[in-house]
Write a protein that binds this ligand. Sequence first.
Ligand code: HEM
Length: 417
Amino acid sequence: MHGGMPGEARARAYSTPLADLNPGDPELFRSFSFHPVFERLRAEDPVHWCKDSEFGPYWSVTRFNDIMSVDTNHQVFSSDADLGGITIRNARPGHHRRPSFIAMDPPKHDAQRKTVSPVVSPANLMLLEPIIRERMQRILDSLPVGETFDWVDRVSIELTTQMLATLFDFPFKERRKLTYWSDVATASAKPGEIIETEDQRHEELMKCLEYFTHLWNERVNAPPKGDLISMMAHSDATRNMTPMEYLGNIVLLTVGGNDTTRNSISGGVLALNQNPDQYDKLRAHPEFIPNMVPEIVRWQTPLAHMRRTAVADIEVAGKQIKKGDKVIMWYVSGNRDASVIDKPDEFRIDRERARQHLSFGFGIHRCVGNRLAELQLKIVWEEILKRFSFVEVMGEPRRVLSSFVNGYETLPVRLHA
Ligand code: HEM
């Protein structure tokens, strides 16, 4: 079982010359050695310039309040895909481009966001709650007790995929396609990974578009209903999207509603295993679940960063950012900023102001699905506690090779009745 900050990673983070620190290196995330790098940057160079990397040059904003100031200044810090988009890896030019409203600035962003938000409104969430609970119960009741199995595959992926299929009204039996396309969209294109080249990514996602175009045509010719595709097909803001815009929004909702919640479900199991006193407290006080949920989302920070491109020169914490520069807001670092969050490396299910974290972003792009994500996590833990005394982690998780999706490929566990 790994601890919070392995000594070796720490030594490396502090012995590398400051100018050479490249916190966006995906290997740091696969090997879980990023925390000491950010700890050092927050202390010594909170707005850090990396002059070269596999993603080109970029700024890292690492402190809580500086991240807030960038995230809420969309006039200067653009999300536009044409300028590079919202992740450290530049958006793909030309025919591989998939525009979506997370990678747009106002006014187009605002209009498209308005179209999808009703599906996660409080009223709709109340309708969804019993469906989520019923599906969760079925998944948990099918799990083997006393045997080691992969929590990521059998619980985290299964639940979020079922949820997504519900939101899209996607053919239920084929729902694992959604998991696959989500993985395709976010994987690093490298030999040995699920996709090896950008061309291959494009080919796979065109199959996704074809499938969803079929669903669109079905819904656009039928009366409007409450699923996301029907809502997009019947709304003024979205009915004339180009096919690539449609694909962009599908991928956005798939990744948004899938990977992030998936990794929070796994991250919670890991956090409680690493902090047995907190697990004991939870068993004795299940009423802490609603407070534990945002603490899990902070502790895990399922999306390590969002990226912006400066459209004007601007100073941030004493550093001169130039028009055109790539700026990475490291939520995963801001969430461990001790000047804002008390003892941030500790996982505390009864933390005060647990919702004060950056994991959902801030400003006009703040996560649309945050209440839905919290609802799913609340139900998961309520139902787990009713059934099992202990979800025991049996070995090291395998972490995703990405400095964007901060999560797990596998997590071996054993259930105790
Ligand atoms: C724990 C789970 C989740 C996390 C950590 C998360 C995180 C984020 C973050 C960091 C952003 C960008 C914020 C910014 O740039 O300021 C975002 C935006 C977004 N999220 Fe989530 N998300 C989660 C769950 C969901 C779910 C369940 C859905 C789908 C229903 C969803 C849909 C979206 C969408 C559509 C956007 C784009 C909003 C915009 O650009 O206006 N997310 N999310």
